[in-house]
Design a protein around this ligand. Structure first.
Ligand SMILES: Cc1cc2nc3c(=O)[nH]c(=O)nc-3n(C[C@H](O)[C@H](O)[C@H](O)COP(=O)(O)OP(=O)(O)OC[C@H]3O[C@@H](n4cnc5c(N)ncnc54)[C@H](O)[C@@H]3O)c2cc1C
Length: 397
């Protein structure tokens, strides 16, 4: 089976940034993408909040990201990842074409906005139909626009959009919002917001850009026109978690949980970008996640390679696990190694604090501790409190 150091799944801003950082860190990187590199930004007309580029179309920015990753010789592969499996402690990426074993994986498959599904929606995306107020609100300065939805996103984003628009109609199929009370009060006291109750959008019309919405009142069945320059859909967003569902810890809705290092609940699997739990889903935050994930993956891979070579592969090895944040333990470890060497023995020193995962794997509950391993199998373990304890353990083993 093909074996790679770092496999990144998804070539959106998170995955492409991770590839750049991974390659610059000297890793062997494989970037798998099932569609067009660039990710979601490929379907937006304008991006004007990526620092350093005052204006670009989404596809232009996506192409710039791709070229940048190519400059560092990132290997791209066109495949659809179906699932990630853990087999005998090995991480296997199963695509529609092959299986690849990875030392570390960055899962950066992004998210998608649920569509309303009405006539005219798909052809007006990026032409007045939007799913992101932070991304596109500024394009509607002084215009009348509509928001569809009745939950927190619709009400809060509707309120935010009044910073630009002269009027914001919030179209909701029920006769009251489902948002927090404070958000509802704020929105309803905003003179620029006009709720349109018991109403659904039947059709979005416009020659090129959005010009009109055809509405239907759910109670009376009557249809009417609402001329607007844009419509924001807030009917939900979901992660592309299909290939990792059930393997890592996730929050409600499937959003992957990570810590600040982008580590998921499974060792060696990292998540970055829109697919994870976070407050702001944007290009800049996805890229930042990608950079952090790549550096964490690099540290993880180096740690694994080092530990394999020094600890798990040799036929016979005695190691002292110590904590690098405890000065006494650092001194004890150095002294023990030096004295053992004088006696013609070798103690491998491992920072058990930084290599916490390995300490846990070897069941070292307290540090400092001695371990005797033979080809990766634990033969003896002992907690110690002095250099003499360490030397006695070496002699015994
Ligand atoms: C219409 C629109 C306008 C936007 N405008 C802006 C804006 O102006 N400014 C801004 O900052 N943000 C904007 N955003 C948000 C921004 O695009 C996202 O936050 C960002 O793209 C997230 O990056 P990502 O890498 O996490 O995911 P994505 O961009 O979603 O990339 C994920 C990639 O993974 C691939 N993938 C998914 N599953 C698999 C699989 N199983 N196997 C292989 N590949 C897979 C996908 O094909 C995709 O290319 C906009 C989003 C939309 C939809």
């Amino acid at each position: 089976m093909e074996k790679r150091e770092l496999v990144i799944i998804g070539a959106g801003p998170a995955g492409l940034t991770a590839a750049i950082y991974g390659k610059r860190a000297g890793l062997d990187v494989l970037l798998i993408e099932k569609g067009v590199p660039g990710g979601q930004i490929n379907i937006t007309e304008e991006i004007e909040n990526w620092p350093g580029v005052q204006h670009a179309t989404g596809p232009e920015l996506g192409q710039m990201f791709r070229s940048h990753a190519e400059k560092f010789n990132t290997e791209f592969r066109d495949a659809d990842v179906q699932r990630i499996e853990i087999r005998d402690d090995r991480k296997i990426v199963v695509t529609n074409k092959e299986e690849i074993e990875a030392e570390a994986i960055i899962y950066a498959t992004g998210a998608f906005f649920r569509r309303l599904g009405c006539e005219g929606e798909a052809e007006h995306i990026g032409q007045g139909v939007s799913y992101c107020a932070v991304c596109d609100g500024a394009f509607f300065e002084g215009e009348e626009i509509a928001v569809v939805g009745g939950g927190n996103s619709a009400v809060e984003e509707g309120d935010y959009l009044t910073n630009f628009a002269s009027k914001v109609y919030i179209i909701h199929r029920r006769d009251e919002f489902r948002a927090d009370r404070a958000a509802i009060e704020r929105a309803l006291s905003n003179p620029k917001i006009v709720p349109v109750w018991n109403t659904v959008v039947e059709k979005i019309e416009g020659d090129g850009m959005v010009e009109n919405l055809v509405l239907r009142n759910q109670k009376t069945g009557e249809t009417s026109d609402l001329p607007v320059a844009g419509v924001f859909m807030f009917v939900g967003q979901s992660p592309h978690d299909e290939a990792i569902k059930g393997l890592v810890k996730a929050a409600k809705g499937g959003w992957i949980e990570t810590n600040d290092e982008m580590e998921t609940s499974v060792e060696g699997i990292f998540a970055a970008g829109d697919v994870r739990t976070k407050g702001l889903r944007q290009v800049v935050t996805a890229s930042a996640d990608g950079a952090i994930a790549a550096m964490s993956a690099s540290a993880y891979i180096n740690e694994q390679v080092h530990l394999r070579k020094t600890l798990l592969e040799p036929e016979n090895v005695v190691a002292l696990f110590y904590s690098s944040i405890d000065r006494e333990q650092v001194k004890m470890a150095d002294d023990a190694a030096a004295r053992a060497e004088k006696e013609g023995k070798k103690i491998v020193l491992i920072d058990g604090y930084r290599n916490e995962r390995m300490s846990r794997k070897l069941h070292l509950d307290t540090l400092p501790a001695m371990v005797h391993l033979g080809s990766g199998v634990v033969k003896d373990v002992k907690s110690i409190s002095s250099v003499e304890d360490a030397l006695a353990f070496v002699k015994k083993n």
